[in-house]
Design a binder for this molecule. Structure first.
Ligand code: PMP
Ligand code: GLN
Length: 424
């Protein structure tokens, strides 16, 4: 046997925030505002679509086209042609994947060579860096930071990029940039001028943009999601990634997609056909039916893409006022279904003081789960090693939950705040 068992590309990425916290949640059964998934059923029309798909004949239970079930790639192409302003070719420009995760993995492996650099904007969905590393690349991190001055920071829109920092992160080795709008965990929805800054750098340096838009339908208070692929010159250099799990509140279906120009997508297909080849047929058929329905209803109040953010809006308010009330200043998200809260006011009790070498947010979250029965996610998990210390004073709460779940969380937070204020 070779002396070294472990492939070097996996060094340093064995720890994973989801693996640890999902395990803690199953052990302690807290009120769960941690991992991002709804605790209610997906809408009836999409459940019906899956049931009908299952009853749709023998071929619904067999392999389908490897790069995407025909009905799904056609409906995705038809739908997104409308929103991206480019006539998308379903056979050459759409790839269906096992969730957005596999779309991201496939994009990184299709593009990145040993030693290539990939710019990642922080906070970032945590798998981006390991995926870049496994592909042989090096992640270069650029943080969004709360605007200087101005007192308490209240909105994710107050978290901004430094144009200088971003442009100096592009070098001759830069192959791609990964952006995420609306952002997980911050909830930032990039403004047109922010996307234009990224787009200009991509064009100037001939860099591909991987745009993770899994929360694209979820925006609040007039924030508007814009696809970077729709900016001039960007269709030809952007891979747009989406997720049926987020789109139809069915995270367990694990259907995702990557959409982009043929010159790039052909390389993603090379990876895909040697990794999974097919994705689940009936789930794809159901998602296709969902998009066909949404295309007909687009822009009307019956559209699920309008109903879901409308349903989430009061939940977001409820969580924000609860956090504010207990002195955990929330960052109001413009999009998505997560909210970051500032835990600087929290003084750790002696039981929390153990593991001093661990980041504060991880210590608080583990303690909250074990001792208080409430799960959240530590935000420093969404930062690279250079900046994680700077941002370990935030934890993330998920609000795509039943009101009763949010109420139970609020009760816990209030009791905890009461205990803290009564401490000698
Ligand atoms: N990107 C972001 C920003 C996410 O929050 C998630 C989690 N759903 C994913 C990608 C992965 O999505 P999926 O469950 O479809 O693999
Ligand atoms: N995207 C979800 C979240 O951010 C789930 C992540 C996961 O389970 N790996 O919570």
């Amino acid at each position: 046997m070779a002396a070294q068992l472990q492939a070097t590309r996996t060094h340093g990425i064995d720890k994973n925030v989801w693996t640890e916290l999902v395990q803690l949640v199953s052990q302690y059964q807290p009120v769960n505002l941690g991992q991002g998934f709804p605790d209610f059923a997906p809408p009836q029309f999409i459940q019906d679509a899956f049931c009908e798909a299952l009853k749709g004949g023998p071929m619904m239970h067999q392999y389908t086209r490897g790069f995407g079930h025909p009905r799904l790639v056609e409906s995705l192409a038809r739908f997104f042609s409308r929103v991206v302003g480019h006539q998308i070719d379903p056979w050459e420009e759409v790839l269906v994947t096992v969730g957005a995760y596999q779309a991201l993995f496939t994009a990184c492996h299709a593009l990145v060579n040993d030693g290539d650099e990939v710019v990642i904007i922080e906070p970032y969905f945590d798998c981006y860096q390991p995926m870049v590393q496994m592909a042989g690349g090096r992640a270069v991190f650029v943080p969004l930071r709360p605007k200087a001055g101005g007192g308490a920071v209240r909105s994710s829109g107050d978290w901004v990029l430094s144009a200088e920092e971003l442009s100096s992160s592009f070098t001759p080795r830069t192959k791609a940039i990964i952006i995420n709008t609306p952002n997980n965990p911050l909830g930032k929805v990039y403004k047109p001028e922010e996307l234009q800054l990224v787009a200009d750098l991509c064009v100037r340096h001939d860099v591909v943009c991987i745009s993770d838009e899994v929360y694209e339908w979820l925006t609040y208070d007039g924030a508007q999601h814009l696809k970077i692929a729709s900016l001039p010159g960007m269709w030809d250099r952007t891979i747009t990634i989406g997720s049926a799990g987020k789109t139809f509140s069915a995270t367990g279906w694990k259907v995702g997609w990557a959409i982009g120009p043929q010159r790039i997508m052909k390389h993603l297909r090379t990876i895909h056909q040697n990794v999974v080849f097919h994705c689940a047929t009936a789930a794809q058929e159901a998602v296709a039916r969902g998009f066909e329905r949404e295309l007909q209803l687009l822009g009307t109040p019956e559209s699920y893409f309008q109903q879901l953010p409308a349903m989430l809006h009061p939940k977001r308010q409820k969580l924000a006022s609860c956090l504010e009330g207990v002195g955990l200043q929330p960052v109001m998200p413009e999009g998505g279904f997560f909210m970051m809260a500032d835990i600087s006011s929290v003084e750790l009790e002696s039981s929390e003081q153990s593991a001093e070498d661990q980041p504060t947010d991880f210590r608080v979250v583990r303690w909250l789960i074990r001792e208080k029965g409430l799960a959240a996610i530590p935000v420093s998990a969404f930062y690279g090693p250079e900046h994680s210390k700077e941002f370990d004073k935030y934890i993330r709460f998920c609000f795509i939950k039943e009101d009763s779940t949010l109420d139970s969380a609020a009760d816990i937070l209030k009791r905890w705040s009461h205990e803290r204020s009564n401490r000698p």
